[in-house]
Ligand binder design. Structure first.
Ligand code: AMP
Ligand code: MG
Length: 419
């Protein structure tokens, strides 16, 4: 008897009955609840602290500014020596410049030349801007009344000594390094960098630059994932390509767990014949196949291999990238000691139309042009060119929605993921 294909069912495009498709938010709160930091602590000099994650709250070793000083170039005086209307004060000899303080107190009833950043001589509580003064070098004349304390900076007005300046978990940026420097914090307790091993799986994969059989494709996920991990501020470890063979893949995972704190694999995560990732994680007893209600994506094979958490990402580069941004990145943040971080979400008008069915959250490759979100021509999850075309993602809610030009949509720029 010839085989006949099965009839198409009415619900053939519906989500499988009885299967629980985990909504994105539920998956995220599960992940958040189950993970904790795994990295140790080390001390690094300021020069090596960029992008590192603080292991402790940091306190200022010194006030900023350490002493009261002048905010402008002008003349320092005692407010009590001035009044309303035309004023004049004799100039005392000498001046106070940044790094070259006057070294003795103000002579009462005088003014003293003072430059920006210079320590206020004892007795000076107010500075008048040089542009508001006329002088012959012997005296200054100006109009009162002056505001007491004008153009001066109080000691500690920015930061008091001992104050908490940065919280544990903070990823240090350039401005943070300035704050640490200003308050004389030069040895910084930071988390060791999270090491993330990356393995590509699939017999079809070839290495860019090598010759490839016609049936092969070049491995796009490894460069994608390794460079994303670097941008997130973690240490990527390239484990290469594993074939679709269970024992070989087992060896890759063993080695990855040895050299990394966490493992990202791509491909072989579903439940098909060649889906050895999920089979191995199943064998190890730690596997949960999370069927995320997300497009592109699903399913995600989560497990623990020799103590290292494993994220088994889908092989499709688009799904691999989206799942990394949405699920793996916040998870890595927790493992790394940075805590759970939400991506930047902007609400912008759509430059496209789309009718979305309910049931899963959708991420579209998108970019902002003239303040509106435009999306890539195709939603095909194999379209790597669209990932590169895009500068972010549009996030469509789990429920149904009808979008026309101008409808407010949520845009997640790549930069908001540190990419
Ligand atoms: P899989 O999840 O292994 O079933 O793979 C899904 C799709 O993604 C297939 O078309 C694979 O050929 C493709 N794919 C898997 N891994 C990669 C990779 N590293 N680079 C590019 N495409 C891949
Ligand atoms: Mg595969």
């Amino acid at each position: 008897m010839p085989l006949t294909p099965p009839p198409l069912k009415d619900d053939c495009f519906a989500l499988p009955a009885g299967t629980h498709w985990t909504p994105v938010d539920e998956a995220l709160s599960e992940l958040r609840a189950r993970l904790s930091p795994v990295t140790g602590v080390e001390s690094v000099p300021l020069s090596a602290a960029l992008d590192r994650i603080l292991a402790e709250d940091i306190h200022a070793n010194r006030a900023n500014p350490p002493q009261p000083n002048s905010a402008v170039d002008g003349y320092g005086l005692c407010h009590a020596d001035t009044g309303a209307g035309p004023q004049s004060l004799p100039l005392m000899a000498g001046r106070s410049a940044a790094g070259q303080p006057l070294g003795h107190p103000l002579e009462r009833g005088h003014a003293v030349r003072i430059l920006t950043g210079a320590t206020l001589p004892e007795g000076v509580d107010t500075v008048i801007l040089q542009e508001d003064v006329s002088t012959d070098g012997q005296a200054i004349a100006f109009h009162g009344p002056l505001k007491k304390g004008a153009n001066t900076r109080r000691a500690g007005e920015d930061v008091e000594a001992g104050a908490c300046i940065l919280p544990a978990g903070r990823r240090l940026g350039p401005a943070d390094l300035a704050l640490l420097a200003a308050t004389n914090v030069s040895n910084i307790p930071v988390r060791q960098r999270l090491r993330v091993a990356v393995v590509s799986t699939g017999d079809e994969l070839a290495e860019p630059g090598d010759s490839a059989r016609p049936d092969q494709i070049y491995d796009a996920n490894r460069p994608l994932l390794l460079s994303m991990i670097r941008r997130f501020g973690f240490d990527p470890i390239d484990m290469g390509r594993a074939p679709d063979a269970r024992d070989a893949l087992r060896g890759f995972l063993d080695e990855a767990a040895q050299s990394a704190d966490m493992i990202l694999t791509s491909g072989g995560a579903s439940a098909g014949d060649e889906d050895h990732m999920s089979a191995l994680l199943n064998e190890s007893g730690s596997m949960t196949l999370w069927r995320m209600a997300i497009k592109p994506g699903r399913p995600l094979a989560l497990g623990v291999w020799n103590g290292a958490p494993v994220f088994g990402l889908p092989g499709n580069p688009v799904a691999a990238m989206v799942c990394t941004l949405i699920f793996a990145r916040p998870a890595m943040g927790v493992l790394a000691g940075a805590g759970w971080r939400q991506p930047l979400r902007l609400t912008v008008p759509a430059a496209f139309s789309k009718a979305k069915k309910p049931g899963r959250r959708e991420y579209l490759r998108a970019r902002l042009r003239d303040g509106r979100a435009e999306v890539f021509v195709s939603e095909g999850s194999g379209r790597i060119s669209g990932l590169s075309w895009a500068e972010g993602l549009v996030e469509l809610p789990d429920g149904a929605c009808e979008i026309t030009e101008g409808t407010p949509v949520t845009y997640l720029p790549y930069v908001g993921f540190d990419l």
